[in-house]
Design a protein around this ligand. Structure first.
Ligand code: HEM
Length: 402
């Protein structure tokens, strides 16, 4: 259990500090902000913490734009390398066009086979962990499944997968989801990660060239078949990799931790297969792997009685909105049967996560496989939390599965 800061000392808390998020459970701080200062002015940005206000912002991209970034790190730097070219950091007609182009890649024709192999990979990886009696669930299961799914989605040929998986894992050491920037939060990207990032981009450049002459059913073929430039094709591949890797990993790992912690909920889930769907949604709410999304105001606007000025950076703390007592009954309870569950884990509005169905399939496959082959989940060592104000979740999760 991590300690919680006293909300009375909120003026001294630096919400930008990655270490604060790793070492503390900020639940009481978010609760205090929702109740007393739901749209709070900090020195360099605004914090929006209520569900209704988050919805109001993401539904109005004309006033609250993604074009200069969608997270505090890039917005405060004033620049996102993918701006105007990569789906998540475009707006308006360009965004709509990119989204229309990519959407078929997430339709039943592609997702059907991917879902099938997710189930297979989960069975193999979890089975191996159970046979060994346990290990680090993050490294051995949760990190593997999303990467495999993305390789499949992008049409990486079977023979290249191992190498691509290793390179991507390495490259991700300096990355963050749904953002598209190549520097680590606490400083520069480690050199090994930079080399891996270049190699992976080179790999996808070659793969894109192959797909130009021999298209398949995959997302890269969709991208190269359009009028996007080579840079735009690569940036949008990259958006999928960074958007779908760590987030899904954190949901799976945080979900297992929740089931280990709330054993009555695990027992409920084991008894009732109909709870797999609602439990997956509750895991998404509970874990909230993207702690915030960011926007920049294009004009002066009023938000919950506060005056936001054109050019102001706004952080929408999903991690708080997902515990808003105005929307969720007893929000601090992990309830595998929670319905309705209007969590904002995948965002909302025009930028609603394109990979939501894929992520859901990954979590459901994990729950189905846990039900089939595991009866007891025990945390066997210290759990570490990631130092980030953006990526929310556990970095290591030693467990014994029996
Ligand atoms: C967008 C979270 C899985 C690809 C988003 C957004 C969030 C999010 C919050 C909205 C960003 C914004 O409004 O600025 C998550 C979480 C996931 C997950 C928590 C897992 C639990 C995935 C997967 C993929 C993916 C598996 C693809 C392989 C994308 C893309 C966008 C996006 C392409 C941009 C959509 C747009 O701008 O129209 N995601 N995501 N995500 N996500 Fe995910």
């Amino acid at each position: 259990m991590r300690p919680s800061p006293d909300p009375a000392g909120i003026d001294a808390l630096d919400l930008l500090d990655p270490a604060l998020h790793a070492s503390h459970d900020l639940t009481p701080v978010w609760r205090w902000l929702r109740a007393h200062d739901p749209v709070r002015r900090h020195e360099r940005f605004w914090s929006v913490t209520r569900h209704a206000d988050v919805l109001r912002v993401v539904r109005d991209p004309d006033t609250f734009s993604s074009l200069q970034g969608n997270m505090l790190r890039t917005l405060l730097r004033g620049h996102d390398p993918g701006a105007g070219k990569m789906l998540v950091v475009t707006d308006g007609p360009k965004h709509a066009r990119l989204r229309r182009l990519l959407t078929p890649g997430f339709g039943p024709r592609t997702l059907g086979p991917v879902t099938h192999s997710i189930a297979e990979a989960t069975r193999d990886l979890l089975g191996a962990l159970v046979r060994r009696g346990g290990g680090d669930f993050v490294a051995e299961v949760a990190a593997q499944v999303p990467l495999r799914a993305i390789c499949e989605l992008l049409g990486v040929p079977e023979g290249d997968r191992q190498c691509v998986l290793e390179l991507t894992g390495e490259a991700m050491l300096g990355e963050a989801p749904s953002g598209g920037q190549a520097v680590g939060e606490g400083g520069g990207t480690p050199p090994a990660a930079m080399i891996a990032q270049s190699e992976i981009l080179l790999y996808y450049t070659r793969l894109a060239a192959r797909r130009r002459t021999a298209p398949g059913d995959d997302v890269i073929s969709l991208l190269v078949g359009s009028d996007l430039t080579e840079e735009e094709v690569l940036l949008n591949c990259y958006n999928l990799i960074i958007g779908g890797d760590e987030t899904a990993r954190l949901a799976m790992a945080g979900g297992l931790l929740a089931l280990a912690t709330y054993d009555k909920e695990w027992a409920r889930l084991r008894e009732d297969p109909a709870l797999v769907g609602p439990a997956a949604e509750e895991i998404l709410r509970w874990t909230t792997p993207a702690a915030h999304v960011g926007r920049i105001a294009t004009r002066d606007a009023e938000l919950a009685g506060r005056q936001v000025a054109a050019g102001d950076v706004v952080a929408l703390w999903t991690v708080s909105a997902n515990r808003d007592e105005a929307v969720f009954d007893d929000p601090g309870r992990f309830d595998v049967g929670r319905t309705p569950n209007r969590h904002l884990t995948f965002g909302h509005g025009p930028h609603f996560c394109l990979g939501a169905q894929l992520a859901r399939a990954e979590i459901r496959a994990l729950l189905a496989e846990l039900r089939a082959s595991v009866s007891a989940i025990t945390v066997t060592g210290p759990v570490t939390w990631l130092p980030s104000n953006f990526i929310n979740g556990v970095g290591t999760l030693p467990v014994a599965l029996a």
